[in-house]
Write a protein that binds this ligand. Structure first.
Ligand code: HSE
Length: 418
């Protein structure tokens, strides 16, 4: 029976150093509960990186050679916290092929190459776990695989990027500028090393791809998603949305309709009465509708060193338990269904449209031509904002085209139903 799990870690950045600390603090409790002494003993750092003091404090051997970790026969598992696709993909592949279990927080990689990597893990009879890749400290993936097997999810939507939620909160509550709010999110360790993926909705899109796999068993690619970020969101739109009774949040949605899915990410008008509207700063919330449980929401810090590190270590604990019980390398998510995307005419939503360069009458004509009903119309010095009744994507595309021919569609956002 296995009594020790020796681990190598790739990367000692924000989450890597946090993982070492979290394990050091919880090692005794983990041993008590699992019967396994889990320890991180070796770390891969970049040449020239100064981690000597940290390594001494936590009794780590440092190396700049990948092979010294993935080919070390005394190690059972490897944590990958380098991020991005290359060389993380090659590093994980090497670890799996050397018979090491792998834990990663890498959403970019798991969303784009997860299926392939899981196959490599299976072929080598080891586990590949990635709880920390979605919603930081919220234990959402394991919850979906365990607690929702007896249920059927119909939609899963949420705030899954801590950086942008932090920025939107600061911009709204403190009047902080976009640039300053982003700088703060970077300083606090929430943002990606290149924050483009945060602000343009790509990071949230990766997480929605993974959530869609776990919720419906379907693999969708980024190209299948409609993705918008928060770049260029104006004070005017934030204020107008509030006047209508909504907060603007960057929301990822994965909706199942008649066996098909539609996945999107974008700024959404969330009713002020909805639980997601109250989520602030770097916190995330994943709101699920399902036929059994009904409505449920999982809430917690979506970014940051210790919350994300805690999810990383929870994966190590799962591996330790499996090893102790002699369970042969289970994978995280075995649920697989053929991909089926919802046709545009069946993707129904209400929209917030901000239009300039067109008079009210002309805009009304455009809407009428596409049988789109305006529930609200506000004209502020020629900038017209419309809240539509529910329409399908074909109607939306036709309105957008007609507006673009006569004026400018400055902003289009989905409106979440109450
Ligand atoms: N940059 C990510 C975020 C980190 O802000 O949510 C956690 O995945």
């Amino acid at each position: 029976m296995k009594e020790q799990l020796r681990v190598g870690i790739l990367g000692l950045g924000v989450v890597g150093s946090g993982s070492v600390k979290v394990l050091a603090e919880q090692q005794a409790k983990i041993k008590e509960q699992t019967g396994v002494e889990v320890s991180i003993v070796k770390a891969l750092i970049r040449p020239g990186e100064d981690k000597e003091a940290f390594a001494k404090e936590f009794q780590l051997t440092l190396t700049t050679e990948l092979s010294e970790i993935v080919e070390d026969p005394s190690l059972d598992a490897v944590i990958e916290l380098i991020g991005k696709i290359h060389p993380a993909k090659e590093f994980i592949t090497a670890a799996l092929e050397n018979g090491k279990h792998v834990v990663t927080a890498n959403k970019d990689l798991m969303a784009q190459h997860g299926v392939e990597l899981v196959e490599i893990a299976k072929a080598n009879n080891v586990s590949l776990f990635y709880e920390a890749s979605v919603a930081g400290g919220i234990p959402i993936l394991r919850t979906l695989t365990a607690n929702y097997l007896a249920d059927e999810i119909t939609n899963i939507r949420g705030i899954v990027n801590g950086t942008t939620n932090y920025m939107l909160t600061k911009m709204l509550e403190d009047g902080t500028s976009y640039e300053e709010a982003l700088a703060q999110a970077q300083e606090l360790g929430f943002a990606e090393s290149d924050p483009t993926n945060d602000v343009d909705g790509i990071d949230a899109a990766y997480k929605m791809v993974i959530l869609t796999q776990f919720a419906y068993g379907m693999d969708v690619a980024l190209i299948d998603l409609e993705i918008q970020g928060i770049r260029g969101l104006s004070d005017q739109d934030v204020a107008q949305a509030q006047a209508f009774g909504y907060e603007i949040k960057l929301i990822g949605e994965s909706v199942k309709t008649a066996g098909t899915v539609n996945v999107s990410v974008g700024p959404v008008l969330v009713p002020q009465t909805h639980a997601l509207a109250s989520i602030k700063n770097e916190y995330n919330g994943v709101f699920i509708n399902s036929t059994g449980i009904g409505q449920s929401m999982f809430y917690g810090p979506g970014a940051g060193s210790l919350p994300t590190a805690t999810s990383v270590i929870s994966d190590l604990v799962a591996i330790a338990k499996n090893e102790r019980l002699g369970i042969s390398a289970p994978q995280f998510n075995e649920y697989r269904r053929p991909q089926a995307l919802t046709p545009d005419e069946q993707v129904i939503a209400s929209y917030y449209l901000a239009v300039t360069g067109i008079g009210q009458e002309d805009l009304q004509t455009i809407l009428q031509n596409e049988t789109v009903t305006a529930k609200e119309v506000v004209d502020t010095n020629g900038r017209i904002v419309v809240l539509t009744a529910p329409i399908n994507r074909l109607q939306l595309a036709a309105v957008e085209e007609a507006v673009a021919n006569k004026g400018t569609l400055e902003r289009r956002m989905r409106v979440m139903e109450a």
